[in-house]
Design a protein around this ligand. Structure first.
Ligand code: SF4
Ligand code: SF4
Length: 457
C-alpha cells in the first residue's frame, strides 16, 4: 500500500514529472472517438448558425445571450441559473453512479491534455522511455530543437484554444477584425486573450495532472458523491493476488509487469485500491487487458467495477442518493423546458414614472406610469400598447401606442391612468396588453394603481 502522499511527489515533496506510456485498445478507441467529437463540437459551436443566428454566443458586455439560435437578455438571467443548476445536478448524478467518467472521458482538461498535448509531445520527444531519457539528458542542439519544437506547437494550440474560448463571448468576426487591425475591433479582449493563453500554455506545458489532483473542485467532491456501489475503475484483488511470474505456482493473474502504472497519466498504481488521483481515463484497463491477452488469460483484471462488487458483493444501481440526485436533475431540466416554452421574444414591464405616483384633481385621480419595452430579437419590430376602452369611469391613455423598436432596442413610453376618485380603493388594478407584431405574442400587464390613504381627506 502507498503512503498518504500523492504518487507524483517524491519523499521530499518534489514533483516527479509523469511520462505516461502510449496505450491502445478498445477503451482507448472509445475515449479517443469521444474526445475527437468533443473537440469538433468545441470548434464548431461558436461558428455555427441557426437560421443565421449564433448557436451559442454569450455577449456579456451587451447583456445579450444566444442559445441554440434563440436570443436572451439580462431579464432572462434566471434561465442561466436554471441551466447551470441542471448541468450541476446532472454531473452529480453521473459522479454518484459512474464515478469519474466525466473526468476521464469528457472534461476539457483531460480532452486537451491527453487527446492533443500528449500526442504532440510523443511526436517531438518519442515514447515514454525516450522522453524520460531526454528529460535527464544534458542540453544539446538536438534536445533544444525537439523540446523547443514541442513548446512552439503547444503554445500555438494554447493560443488557438484561447481564441476559441473568447469566441464564445465575442463574435468570431470581431476577433478576426482584431487581427486585421481594424479600428472597430474590441481591444478589451486582448488582455483576456493574453490571460487565457498564459493559463492554457502553463497548464499544457507544466501544471498538467496537478489540475485534477489539487485544483479541480469536482475532483475534490468525488469522495462525498460516491459510495460503495459507484462504478469506478478497479483492480480485482481476489483474482490478481498473490502477484508473481506467469509461471509461478499458486500466483494470481497479476504478473507484476507494472504496465498499468506505466500508462497512468497521474502516475498511480491502481492495485493499491481506489484512489482520489484516479481520473478514470481507462488507460490501465487496456494496458492490463493487453498483458492478459498475451498470456492467454481472461481480460478484466482491471475493469469497471464498484467497491461492493470488487469485495464480492452486488452493485446496487438504484440507491436513495442516486434517486435523489436524479430527481433533482430531472426537476431542473423540466423547469428549464418550461422556461424555454414560456420564452417571450419581447419584454414589457411597468415602471413607476418619476415624481408623484398619483395626483388628485377634484373628483379625479390620475396615476402616471411608464411601460418599458425591449425587443429581444435581432430583427426590427413594432409593439402595440393596447389599453382597454374607457369604462366605469376608468380610462387609460397611451399617447404613443405603436412603438417601433430596432433589433435589441429598449424604449419607455408614458401611460396615464385616470379614474373617478370614488372608484379607487387600495389594490385597485387595471390591465394593458402589449402585442408584438413580429412574433404575434401578447403580454398582459397587471398594474396596481396607487392612490391616497383611505383616510386621507
Ligand atoms: S498491468 Fe495487469 S498484470 Fe501488469 S502489473 Fe498491472 S495489474 Fe498486474
Ligand atoms: S489508475 Fe487507470 S484509470 Fe485511473 S488515472 Fe490511472 S490509468 Fe487512468
Amino acid at each position: 500500500m502507498r503512503s498518504g502522499r500523492l504518487a507524483i511527489l517524491d519523499e521530499h515533496g518534489r514533483r516527479q514529472k509523469v511520462h505516461p506510456a502510449e496505450v491502445s485498445g478498445p477503451w482507448h478507441r472509445r475515449v479517443f472517438a469521444l474526445r475527437a467529437l468533443l473537440i469538433a463540437v468545441f470548434v464548431a459551436a461558436p461558428l455555427a448558425r441557426v437560421h443565421g443566428r449564433p448557436l451559442l454566443l454569450l455577449e456579456i458586455g451587451a447583456r445579450r445571450f444566444w442559445v441554440l439560435g434563440q436570443s436572451f437578455n439580462a431579464q432572462d438571467a434566471p434561465f442561466a441559473f436554471l441551466v447551470l443548476s441542471a448541468i450541476g445536478f446532472s454531473l452529480i448524478v453521473v459522479a454518484s453512479t459512474l464515478g469519474r467518467v466525466w473526468c476521464g472521458w469528457a472534461c476539457p482538461q483531460t480532452v486537451w491534455l491527453e487527446g492533443v498535448i500528449r500526442p504532440i509531445e510523443r511526436f517531438f520527444e518519442g515514447s515514454a522511455l525516450q522522453r524520460t531519457r531526454l528529460a535527464a539528458a544534458p542540453w544539446t542542439l538536438s534536445k533544444a530543437a525537439r523540446v523547443g519544437g514541442k513548446h512552439v506547437v503547444m503554445a500555438s494550440v494554447a493560443m488557438l484554444v484561447a481564441h476559441w474560448v473568447v469566441s464564445f463571448f465575442v463574435p468570431a468576426e470581431e476577433l478576426f477584425a482584431l487581427w486585421r487591425g481594424s479600428d472597430s475591433a474590441p481591444q478589451g479582449v486582448v488582455p483576456v486573450l493574453a490571460f487565457l493563453f498564459a493559463l492554457f500554455y502553463g497548464d499544457f506545458a507544466w501544471f498538467r495532472e496537478q489540475t485534477c489532483l489539487v485544483l479541480c473542485p469536482y475532483g475534490r467532491l468525488q469522495g462525498a458523491l460516491q459510495d460503495r456501489s459507484t462504478l469506478l475503475i478497479g483492480y480485482d484483488v481476489a483474482r490478481g493476488e498473490p502477484r508473481g511470474k506467469a509461471s509461478a505456482a499458486g500466483a494470481g493473474d497479476c504478473v507484476e509487469c507494472k504496465r498499468c502504472i506505466a500508462v497512468c497519466p497521474t502516475g498511480i498504481d491502481i492495485r493499491d485500491g481506489l484512489q482520489m488521483e484516479c481520473v478514470g481515463c481507462t488507460a490501465c484497463i487496456d494496458a492490463c487487458d493487453d498483458v492478459m491477452l498475451k498470456l492467454a488469460r481472461r481480460k478484466g483484471l482491471i475493469h469497471y467495477a464498484s467497491e461492493e462488487s470488487l469485495a464480492g458483493g452486488k452493485t446496487r444501481y438504484i440507491r436513495p442518493r442516486t434517486v435523489a440526485y436524479a430527481v433533482a436533475a430531472v426537476a431542473g431540466l423540466v423547469v428549464v423546458a418550461l422556461f424555454v416554452r414560456r420564452y417571450e421574444p419581447f419584454e414589457a414591464n411597468v415602471l413607476r414614472a418619476g415624481g408623484v405616483p398619483y395626483a388628485i384633481d377634484g373628483a379625479t385621480l390620475r396615476a402616471p406610469i411608464a411601460v418599458h419595452l425591449v425587443n429581444k430579437q435581432p430583427e426590427a419590430t413594432v409593439v402595440h400598447v393596447i389599453a382597454p376602452s374607457p369604462t366605469d369611469g376608468v380610462s387609460i391613455q397611451v399617447p404613443s401606442p405603436d412603438v417601433a423598436l430596432a433589433p435589441f432596442e429598449g424604449r419607455t413610453i408614458p401611460v396615464m391612468i385616470q379614474l373617478e376618485r370614488s372608484r379607487w380603493s387600495p389594490g385597485f388594478r387595471v390591465h394593458i396588453r402589449a402585442h408584438d407584431d413580429r412574433s404575434g405574442h401578447d403580454r398582459l400587464l397587471d398594474i396596481e394603481v396607487l392612490g391616497p390613504h383611505p383616510r386621507a381627506p
